[in-house]
Ligand binder design. Structure first.
Ligand code: ADP
Ligand code: MG
Length: 411
């Protein structure tokens, strides 16, 4: 599918405007509701400072978690505080409810008088952050009236939230119906890096897909079968493929109802000349036991009692050898039950193999995949770390996303 041509903020002049900026500030919080990792805030700073430099007034929109209605545990106050630290020359203000605090109902004189008109009165050095947009049920429903009210706050809309651009939420696809709309710099980097990689991948192209559920990966696997030379399958996903080939997988995570689908994918791969590599040996054990090392077994030796939790050493070596010769690498999904340190060796090995191959263009993404990477100091050896999990998978599959399609097109 051809990529839609959209405009990004670095190729148009946006000056002295009120700008609604959708970002993905869905940071991970720790047990005391403090920010555990603020990478997502840092990643949008390029777009924020670019827009502020040109004298624009920013009204920033984000969600945090999956609140059911207004739930203070998911307040963006912690994000506002953090953003304030990154923008010392500005004053960041959290807007508790934009509907009552900001939207001016022009038909009602009393309404007008009783409301503080922040966007109108927004000081030059003020950055407004709207409270968690998922506090409003209208967001997920893409309610047109809600989107219109949001749009009424500004003159321009910018989407820098690649990680939510697969959603058809009001702040993603609704607002751009009413405003000139552009892509931010982070969105641009994601679209260009992933788009380029899929358009003309250098060969050999090695894709590593792990994780648990086939359902969330099946469309991508279908697409990768067309593009990649080698598809290395690990994680719980691999078990379903092993079962499809007739191996005993015992008590392992396995989606028996998807075995037929897995078989069809293997058949398709053979037709496309794509080599699907499944584990030949695995670590088995008890997922709850973090003390004792697991046993390594060949996949032909598994019994009904065994539970597969990681790649074995032979499989790691085989995957590593293919990764080291690759010119293009895509990785999504941990190849083992990494939450238990006994079973993170395969995932560590995969990560190191990718960072060792400095010749290849590599793209890595996925919420759990990034969480599984422990040695963050090697991250810059990867060409592109995607901020999207599901968004990255859908973008790889379709070459576009609803949130990208919604932006104004060139020509
Ligand atoms: P991502 O978020 O990076 O796309 P997924 O959500 O698809 O990754 O998969 C991550 C999950 O897969 C992790 O919770 C991990 O424990 C699980 N997993 C990987 N290998 C296995 C396995 N052999 N058995 C059970 N779960 C596994
Ligand atoms: Mg996940």
């Amino acid at each position: 599918m051809p990529r839609s041509k959209i405009e990004y903020i670095d190729s148009v002049e946006i000056k002295n405007k009120k700008v609604l900026l959708r970002v993905d500030f869905n940071v991970s919080l720790d047990a005391s509701s403090a920010i555990a990792d603020d990478t997502r805030i840092q990643q949008s700073l390029g777009t924020i400072t670019h827009l502020l430099k040109n004298n624009n007034r920013l009204i920033i929109i984000s969600h945090l978690g999956r609140p059911e209605g207004r739930d203070k545990t998911y307040s963006l106050q912690v994000v506002a505080d953090k953003l304030q630290q990154y923008l010392p020359g500005h004053s960041v203000r959290l807007v508790n409810d934009f509907l009552t605090d900001l939207v001016v109902d022009k038909s009602s004189e009393t309404g007008k008088a009783s409301r503080k008109e922040y966007p109108k009165d927004q000081a030059a050095d003020e950055v407004l952050l709207l409270e968690n947009i998922r506090f409003y049920n209208e967001e997920k429903k893409n309610d047109p009236d809600f989107a219109r009210k949001l749009a009424s706050l500004a003159q321009v809309y910018v989407n820098d939230a690649f990680g939510v651009s697969h959603r058809t939420d009001a702040s993603v696809v609704g607002i751009p119906q009413y405003l000139p709309s552009y892509g931010g710099l982070l969105l641009k980097r994601e679209v260009e890096m992933i788009g380029h990689l899929l358009e003309q991948p250098k060969k050999p192209f090695v894709a590593i897909i792990g994780g648990a559920k086939i359902a969330t990966k099946i469309a991508l696997i279908g697409k990768l079968l067309e593009l990649a030379d080698y598809l290395l399958i690990g994680g719980g996903l691999a078990n379903t493929f092993l079962a499809a080939q007739g191996y005993e997988v015992g008590k392992s995570f396995c989606e028996y109802e998807r075995i037929e689908h897995a078989r069809r994918l293997l058949f398709l791969a053979a037709q496309k000349n794509t080599a699907v590599i499944l584990p030949s040996d695995v670590a088995v054990g008890d997922p709850k036991n973090t003390e004792n090392a697991s046993a390594i077994k060949r996949i032909t030796e598994l019994t009904k009692q065994d539970q597969i939790l990681d790649l074995g050493p032979e499989s790691q070596a085989k995957y590593g050898a293919l990764i080291s010769k690759a010119k293009t690498i895509v990785w999504n999904g941990p190849v083992g039950y990494f939450e238990n340190p006994q079973y993170r060796r395969g995932t560590d090995f995969t990560y190191y193999a990718i960072t060792e191959n400095t010749e290849a263009t590599s793209v890595v993404g996925g919420g759990d995949t990034l969480a599984a990477i422990s040695k963050k100091e090697y991250l810059d050896k990867i060409t592109h770390i995607s901020t999207g999990g599901a968004a990255m998978l859908e973008f790889m599959e379709k070459g576009t996303l609803p949130g990208i399609e919604a932006l104004s097109k060139i020509g």
